[in-house]
Design a protein around this ligand. Structure first.
Ligand SMILES: [Zn+2]
Length: 412
C-alpha cells in the first residue's frame, strides 16, 4: 500500500513536469534533469537531505527543513533523496539501484529514496536494524497511517512519505505513536488545502499550485467522460447476468471467494517474510519480497485474473522461501489452464492443442478443461486471449521469474 501510494503520488508529480508553466522560472537548471549518481553523492556529503524542487510538492524549503531536523535526531547516518531519476537508471526499481550505488560511495546508513515515476525505497545498511526490519516497520506505520486517515485515502507527497519513514526510524521499537501519525496527517491536510483553487500564494509556489490545478481540471474532465462510458457499458452488459436462471453464484461472488483465498496466502507470505532468517540479498528471498510488493498492489483489483495472480504470486513467494533451505524443491508452477486449480502435476497438451503446458491432473485428462475466463468488453473468454502478464506467462507456469515479470509489467 505504501509503495502504491508513493507511486500514485509520483505519477501526479511527474505528470506536472509535462505541463508548460508548472515549472517556475526560479527553478534552477539542475532541477530540470536528473543528476548523476556521483553528483547526488557529492551533494549528500555536504547535506544528507536532497529534495529537488520538482518533487518538493510546492514546499521544497519546508520539507528540507523538516527532514533535516528529523535526520539529525538519529544517531546513525541518514540520507534522503527526493528527485528525478539519475541518468542511466535501470527501468526496474531505479530507487533500489540508486540506494545501492549511494551505499557504495557513502557507506552505512538509512537511505530513503523517492524518485519520479518510481515507488519509494527504504534501504538500510546498519548494524542495528536489518533491511527487512526497517522496511517492515515502515510499511506497518504506513498502513496504520492510511487507516487512520480514511476520509480521503489519498496518497501523500513523497516528502511526507519520507518524513513518515524518519519518524518510524526515530520511534521506540520502530513504532511511532498515533499522535505522530496524526501530526503527519495534519501536515498533509494543510498541504491539500494549499492546493485549493482559492489559495494562491506568491512566487514559485503559486505556479506549482496552478500547475496542479490544471492537472486536476484536466484529469477530472477525463475522469467524468471515461466513467460515463464505463457506466454505460456496465449497464449494457449487466442486464443479462442479473437474470441468471441457473442460480449459480454470480461473478462477483466468485471474485470475492478468490480474493479471500488470495488474502490467506498473502498473509502466510507476509508472516514467512517477517520471520525469515535467510539473507535478504538471496535471489530467492528477493523474488519473494518482490512477490509481496506486487501482491499488495493487486489484492484489491476487480479483475479475476489479478486476484488469481495474487494467489500464484503468494505460492511462488512461499515456495521460493522454502527453496532457500532446500534447493532441490522445484519452483512453483500453477496449472496453466486455471491457476486456481493449484500446482501443476504434469506437462501435457491442453485439450486438442499441440501446446504442451504444465497442467493439473484433471486438466491433463479433460477434453474440456475448466479454463479460467475473464471478461472482455462484450463476452468472457480464456484469460490467455488477452495481452497481459498473466497471459504471456501462463500465470508464471511458462516462466521462472513471475514476480519479476509482474513487477516489470507494472512499471511499463
Ligand atoms: Zn487444471
Amino acid at each position: 500500500m505504501r509503495r502504491l501510494g508513493a507511486a500514485v503520488g509520483l505519477m501526479v508529480a511527474s505528470s506536472m513536469l509535462a505541463l508548460p508553466g508548472s515549472a517556475g522560472a526560479a527553478e534552477s537548471s539542475i532541477d530540470r534533469a536528473g543528476l548523476t549518481v556521483d553528483e547526488i553523492a557529492a551533494q549528500l556529503r555536504h547535506d544528507p537531505v536532497l529534495v529537488q524542487t520538482v518533487m518538493g510538492g510546492g514546499d521544497t524549503q519546508g520539507a528540507h527543513e523538516r527532514l533535516t531536523e528529523l535526520a539529525s535526531e538519529l544517531d546513525y547516518p541518514v540520507y534522503v533523496v527526493i528527485g528525478l531519476q539519475p541518468a542511466g537508471s535501470p527501468r526496474n526499481r531505479p530507487g533500489e539501484d540508486l540506494a545501492a550505488r549511494l551505499h557504495q560511495r557513502l557507506g552505512e546508513g538509512l537511505y530513503v529514496i523517492h524518485l519520479a515515476d518510481d515507488i519509494g525505497e527504504v534501504a538500510t545498511w546498519l548494524d542495528r536494524y536489518d533491511q527487512f526490519e526497517m522496511s517492515a516497520a515502515d510499511y506497518a506505520a504506513s498502513k496504520r497511517f492510511y487507516t487512520r486517515r480514511p476520509e480521503d485515502n489519498k496518497s501523500i507527497e513523497p516528502t511526507l512519505e519520507a518524513e513518515l519513514t524518519l519518524r518510524v526510524a526515530a520511534a521506540k521499537g520502530l513504532k511511532p505513536s498515533d499522535a505522530v501519525l496524526d501530526d503527519i496527517a495534519e501536515t498533509a491536510s494543510a498541504h491539500d488545502a494549499q492546493l485549493d483553487p482559492e489559495v494562491v500564494s506568491e512566487g514559485w509556489d503559486s505556479e506549482t499550485a496552478l500547475g496542479k490545478r490544471r492537472v486536476v481540471t484536466v484529469a477530472t474532465g477525463l475522469f467524468v467522460l471515461l466513467s460515463g462510458l464505463v457506466v454505460a457499458i456496465w449497464l449494457l452488459r449487466r442486464r443479462p447476468s442479473e437474470r441468471r436462471p441457473d442460480g449459480r453464484p454470480s461473478r462477483t461472488d466468485a471474485i470475492e471467494k478468490t480474493r479471500a483465498g488470495a488474502q490467506q496466502l498473502a498473509d502466510q507470505l507476509e508472516r514467512a517474510l517477517d520471520t525469515t532468517t535467510s539473507r535478504l540479498d538471496d535471489p530467492l528471498v528477493e523474488s519473494a519480497l518482490l512477490a509481496r510488493d506486487q501482491i499488495r498492489r493487486l489484492l484489491g483489483s476487480d479483475d479475476i485474473a489479478d486476484v488469481a495472480g495474487v494467489q500464484v504470486l503468494a505460492q511462488t513467494g512461499l515456495r521460493n522461501l522454502a527453496r532457500v533451505a532446500d534447493r532441490r524443491l522445484r519452483p512453483y508452477r500453477a496449472c496453466f489452464a486455471n491457476p486456481l486449480h493449484g500446482e501443476a502435476q504434469t506437462t501435457s497438451p491442453l485439450a486438442n492443442s499441440t501446446l504442451e503446458v504444465p497442467l493439473c491432473a484433471d486438466c491433463a485428462r479433460s477434453e474440456h478443461p475448466d479454463v479460467l475466463t475473464v471478461r472482455g468488453l462484450f463476452r468472457t473468454h480464456p484469460y490467455y486471449d488477452r495481452d497481459d502478464v498473466w497471459a504471456r506467462t501462463g500465470f508464471g507456469s511458462l516462466v521462472d521469474d513471475l514476480p519479476h515479470q509482474v513487477d516489470a509489467g507494472a512499471a511499463r
